[in-house]
Design a protein. Structure first.
Length: 56
């Protein structure tokens, strides 16, 4: 999954079940997700961090 696609998905509030679907179909690129954790919009960066915390 590409960085722009990931950002589009986490731009809105998602639940844990939705998150699990998103990260598995197609597989999430962790490098891109880590990059998003440094994004200038705090809400998007927080959601990326939240997803990382729930993956690992």
């Amino acid at each position: 999954m590409k960085k722009t696609t990931i950002m589009g998905l986490i731009n809105k509030t998602i639940g844990k079940n939705q998150m699990l679907i998103y990260i598995n179909n197609p597989p999430l690129d962790v490098k891109d997700l880590i990059g998003i954790t440094f994004y200038k919009e705090e809400q998007i960066a927080f959601r990326a961090t939240w997803i990382l915390a729930n993956i690992y």
